[in-house]
Design a protein around this ligand. Structure first.
Ligand SMILES: *[C@@H]1O[C@H](CO)[C@@H](O)[C@H](O)[C@H]1NC(C)=O
Ligand SMILES: *[C@@H]1O[C@H](CO)[C@@H](O)[C@H](O)[C@H]1NC(C)=O
Ligand SMILES: *[C@@H]1O[C@H](CO)[C@@H](O)[C@H](O)[C@H]1NC(C)=O
Length: 614
């Protein structure tokens, strides 16, 4: 994980760049910071590169990397496949070497097409004077852009800053539709910036695949974009979505049990066909997790215990299906003596005023006998942090302990009060979420920020003790719902317009996941000097799931808690998980109760006024 930045200025005026942005980039990459400038005083443009590196593996490679011919690369990525990278090598150096040997655009596109793993980059190709930049096919790393017409300067950066006051900031996420090339000589002559777009395409035939025309409209104002007509494209790393619809004659075969309302996963698992599919998904998911958890460093703290006591991997953990599967698979690939941190975030429940309120201690359950009067739980019997995700999280912890009693599972209870939420939102999170701005972005952005920070309590034997996660890698379950029909809107769509409607919904959702979620989550998690990794969005996993017909992945004629993400539930069973395999989906903003905390009547898609800076 790195913070990368590039400022292209076309006027002689030296434009300063924001100290606030610099500071945020440095938090993403605390281990090394450097700047390189290309284009001297006589050139008609100047390109300032700034890079801040989080050291993950191999030797630390300071960036920007400048090769012997003078090409400059800033790279925020991780190579999990496609190019050979030995354990002791650094992928930045490997990418730089590969790009150095490229001549024309087709060489560069072919290098980028072979990479597997998340990335965002900016590259100055000295021969011909081109500036290249872009994000991977799924947009798993953030890259923002803005153009300042006053000083004639284009900025690209991993993270920006929300400006206070009434001025509308003009930051936008660079759309993950392909890579972009700027002809610096031409641009300097014309005095305005034009991007040439080389789009991602499936096997070269489906050129307009992922809303490429949209990019032509979403370029920063003052700039223009043109699609390249030469037919040069990036080859998509995943296969297209299988859009088969079951034939009527197949219905009986597909839902042999639906009349009898079978809710028993064991019974479904017993059927052979399901078994093969379950084995295949278990294998590809397991490999995706393996690639993301092996040979990792951990953060060393002042009072660190021996390395054996430190986790190098943490999981955003609600105890739900997606995070339980990640934990069970991580357990297979992380050495037995190493702990795994399970990060569980809870926002304090707003309980009606009661006289005994002050007697409660944060993070500690009060085990008084229940004295239920009427509806549900008595607030006095439980901690105000016993939100739904805390309760399923503890149950999940129990299942994981049964699965591997030898492993030390650090269940980190991260308790957040309203005061702390409001303070950190203003100081940090509002800048990281930016330029996204909805109520949902605020809820998820804040919840993920606190969870990923990893500061809370762990209860071992006896009292809870303060705990800070040492893991540099944070696994998240994002992508499972979008691919396996986990959201309730999938059920709505299926009921209204059948398999066809469901497929359209899934296709649309995978296409917008870069702009809806991934840039934001990368910025939020990266702020802790930690790296977000998304096993469900591994290219092999996405490709495998895309190849399956929709009815293998979900059966929305079955009840909630079974039918959605059916294949994943069967996989959980196969991995030996119990009750968590049949938990219905609960969105993080509700599970963590952050959505309740500030108790406003607002829609998730509304613009969030709390994100505005003072
Ligand atoms: C990795 O980085 C170090 C330090 O910059 C460098 O000496 C080494 O050659 C690099 N490794 C590879 C494989 O390029
Ligand atoms: C498309 O790319 C080719 C190869 O780089 C280049 O010669 C051509 O001018 C580009 N077309 C446009 C419209 O930019
Ligand atoms: C889609 O799924 C159907 C049914 O399993 C299969 O026959 C077909 O080959 C798949 N199509 C693609 C493109 O994978």
């Amino acid at each position: 994980m790195c913070g990368i930045f590039c400022l292209l200025s076309l006027s002689a005026a030296r434009c300063a760049w924001s100290e606030a942005v610099h500071e945020r980039l440095k938090r993403r990459g605390p281990d090394s910071s450097q700047d390189v400038t290309v284009g001297g005083t006589d050139a008609c443009y100047r390109c300032l590169f700034s890079a801040h590196v989080l050291h993950m593996k191999g030797l630390l490679t300071p960036q920007p990397v400048q090769d012997h011919t003078g090409n400059v690369l800033v790279w925020n990525g991780e190579i999990f496949g496609g190019l050979p990278v030995m354990p002791e090598e650094n992928d930045t150096a490997v990418v730089s070497q590969r790009l150095s040997s490229c001549d024309g655009p087709s060489d560069i596109l072919s290098v980028l097409s072979t990479l597997r793993g998340p990335w965002a980059f900016v590259y100055h190709q000295k021969a011909g004077d081109y500036l290249w930049f872009g994000r991977d096919f799924l947009g798993r790393r953030s890259l923002l852009w803005t153009f300042d017409a006053e000083v004639n300067a284009l900025t690209l950066t991993s993270v920006a800053a929300r400006e206070s006051g009434p001025t509308q900031s003009s930051w936008q996420e660079v759309p993950a539709v392909g890579v972009y090339r700027v002809d610096l000589k031409a641009v300097a002559e014309a005095g305005c910036v034009t991007f040439e777009v080389y789009p991602w395409a499936h096997g070269g035939r489906d050129l307009v695949s992922r809303n490429s025309p949209a990019v032509l409209e979403s370029v920063p104002s003052g700039c223009t974009a043109v699609m390249n007509r030469s037919g040069l494209v990036l080859t998509s790393p995943v296969c297209p979505l299988n859009t088969s619809i079951p034939k009527l004659s197949d219905e009986e075969e597909i839902h042999p049990n639906s009349h009898s309302h079978v809710t028993d996963l064991e019974q479904l698992l017993a059927s052979k066909e399901n078994n093969d599919e379950v084995n295949r998904l278990t294998y590809v998911l397991s490999e995706a997790v393996r690639r993301r958890v092996q040979s990792l460093p951990f953060k060393v703290q002042d009072d660190s215990p021996s390395p054996d006591e430190l986790a190098s991997v943490a999981i955003l953990f609600s105890g739900g299906l997606d995070s339980m599967i990640l934990a069970a698979l991580a357990d297979r690939h992380i050495p037995a003596h190493q702990p795994i941190d399970l990060l569980n975030v809870a926002f304090k429940l707003q309980v009606p005023k009661k006289p005994k309120e002050s007697a409660r201690r944060p993070g500690k359950r009060q085990n008084k006998p229940t004295d239920c009067k009427g509806d549900g739980a008595d607030p006095q019997t439980s901690s105000p942090f016993d939100v739904p995700d805390r309760i399923t999280g503890k149950a999940g912890l129990g299942e994981l302990r049964d699965l591997n009693p030898e492993r030390r599972w650090n269940f980190v209870e991260i308790d957040v009060t309203k005061e702390e939420l409001q303070k950190m939102r203003q100081e940090r999170v509002c800048h990281l979420v930016h330029p996204l701005e909805t109520v949902l972005d605020d809820s998820i952005g804040c919840a993920v920020w606190f969870a990923a920070r990893g500061i809370g309590y762990v209860t071992g034997h006896g009292d809870p003790r303060p705990f800070t996660s040492s893991a540099k890698v944070v696994l998240t379950g994002i992508g499972a719902d979008e691919q396996l029909a986990g959201y309730s809107r999938h059920r709505v769509r299926f009921t209204a317009s059948g398999h066809e409607g469901l497929i359209q919904e899934l296709e649309m959702e995978l296409g917008r996941i870069p702009s809806r979620n991934l840039g934001r989550d990368d910025r939020v998690i990266g702020d802790h000097g930690k790296e977000a990794r998304f096993p469900y969005l591994d290219e092999d996993v996405v490709s495998h799931l895309n190849s399956l017909p929709v009815w293998e992945k979900a059966d929305l004629s079955l009840p909630r808690g079974v039918g959605e993400k059916l294949l994943l539930r069967l996989t959980a069973k196969r991995l030996g998980l119990g009750q968590s395999a049949v938990l219905p989906k609960r969105a993080m903003q509700f599970g963590s109760r952050i959505a309740k905390m500030e108790a406003r009547h607002e829609k998730a898609s509304d613009r969030c006024t709390r994100l505005l800076t003072e």
